[in-house]
Write a protein that binds this ligand. Structure first.
Ligand code: LLP
Length: 435
């Protein structure tokens, strides 16, 4: 077995296979997909989304799973998850709107965010969704808005528990220095204040320590700190209906991350701490988790076609997708397996660096990878691209965004059409003096 094959056998989630040297996803040939829908193309396997969500639900049978819509906010994905009974963590009015439209019940939505606009808070009030409040400033604004509207909003405070998630600094969110949440030692007085404000019902407590977390000890540490706060807050008379522990469970993007914890490991780090403390206090709040990456990351591949080959300081392969479509390698130095989808079982014999067409040196998807001999026109699949892939895309360098396809047991449906030049120009207005 050569190294490409070896890598594949490892990451290959059971929905990826190789047949006749072609990479197959959800029983559909990726090369036919590239021909029918053109490249670049995001391809998501529906059954894998359901499988990952079910794994979470089974690991936390008594909790509510609020899917973090930011990981992949495509409407079809939200709809699939709504049908599975998911709730949603939303971070903007856009995400809230789409989650509701997809059929996620408003009782299972938490509106998160550290800098919400008044418009967003008004919408949360109007649509009666729970709000995770990130500061006292926001608390007062929300109270005024709810009071004026004659409504009452259930809130949680986002706590900054000062826990290291041992992940990339850009996605560590619960460190003391992070912009998110209220410092632990100010939390009790924040609840006291909230309890006396019109339009506000303190109903929960919330934290989220970071993303792509591979050591469950961090979840355990956060659980202990949060449950200590639950005790303090309960003792001042607050009736907590929910404890939202966020998420951040990582996935094994590389072979070295083969020890990646599962939702069951995540549950082992949190649930006993939660149960023990709630029992001791005689309270029964709902436990909430907010996984994003785990649900969608390995469900999706990005197909991209080779435009140019160049031997220079490196053996460069220029493809038609750039970091405008998948920014993770550029932004977080993240690793995504690259598979030559039309030579998926061929012998890996040359070292290549796969780069996009963007006018920036950092536009690199994969450095020095041993792959089968590559030629112009070949199709490369970048694996594990479902989380923070399309959702972080842009039109940078005047590039319309690509299409998205959903596959399911041999069938392929378009779920987002390719943008065109009109989508670049559509909203732009020329002042008459420039005509
Ligand atoms: N809840 C809150 C409040 C969050 O901020 C996030 C992610 C999640 C839940 C979901 O976390 P997950 O289970 O997906 O790790 N763009 C970065 C990741 C940013 C994560 C932002 N917050 C990346 O591509 O690695």
């Amino acid at each position: 077995m050569n190294s490409v094959h070896c890598a594949l056998m490892f990451t290959i989630a059971d929905h990826l296979e190789i047949r006749n040297d072609h990479l197959i996803i959800g029983n559909v040939d990726t090369i036919s997909l590239a021909e029918e829908f053109e490249t670049p193309l995001y391809v998501t396997n529906e059954s894998r989304v359901i499988k990952n969500f079910s794994a979470y639900r089974e690991a936390f049978p008594e909790a509510d799973i609020y899917y973090a819509a930011k990981a992949n906010g495509s409407f079809a994905i939200l709809r699939i998850l709504a049908r599975q009974g998911a709730g949603a963590d939303v971070f903007s009015y856009g995400e809230l709107y789409m989650a509701l439209l997809a059929g996620i019940p408003r009782e299972k939505i938490l509106f998160n965010g550290n800098s919400k606009t008044n418009f967003e808070l008004e919408k949360a009030v109007e649509l009666s969704v729970k709000v995770s409040v990130d500061s006292l400033d926001e608390l007062h604004t929300l109270s005024n808005l709810a009071h004026e509207a004659g409504k009452n909003v259930e809130i949680a405070f986002r706590v900054n528990p000062d826990v290291s998630p041992k992940t990339h600094p850009k996605i560590s969110t619960g460190l003391r220095s992070s912009k998110f949440g209220i410092p632990s030692d100010e939390v009790v007085s924040a609840y006291n204040e909230a309890a006396g404000l019109p339009g506000i019902t303190p109903a929960g407590i919330h934290c989220h320590i970071g993303s792509q977390i591979l050591e469950t000890t961090s979840f355990n540490e956060a659980a202990h700190k949060m449950m200590d706060l639950v005790e303090k807050v309960t003792k001042i008379g607050i009736d907590l209906k929910f404890v939202d522990m966020g998420s951040g469970l990582g996935i094994p993007y590389t072979k070295d991350e083969g020890h990646a914890p599962t939702p069951k490991d995540h549950a082992k780090a949190i649930v006993p701490v939660f149960k023990e403390k709630t029992k001791e206090l005689g309270i029964s709040p709902k436990l909430i988790l907010e996984p994003g990456r785990y649900i969608v990351a390995d469900t999706t591949i990005l197909l991209t076609r080779v435009n140019t080959m160049k031997k220079a300081s490196k053996n460069f392969v220029g493809v038609d997708a750039g970091f405008n479509l998948l920014v993770r390698p550029t932004m977080y130095d993240s690793y995504h397996y690259a598979v030559v989808a039309n030579k998926a079982a061929s012998f890996a014999q040359e070292t290549y660096t796969i780069v996009g067409p963007i006018c920036e040196t950092g536009d690199i998807f994969a450095k020095d990878r041993l792959l089968p001999h590559i030629e112009k026109g070949d199709i490369i699949a970048l694996l594990d691209a479902g989380a923070y892939g399309f959702s972080m895309s842009s039109q940078y360098n005047g590039r319309p965004r690509c299409a998205e396809v959903l596959v399911n047991d041999g069938k392929a449906d378009i779920i987002r059409t390719r943008e065109d030049i009109q989508d670049l120009m559509g909203r732009q207005v020329l002042p008459s003096r420039l005509m």
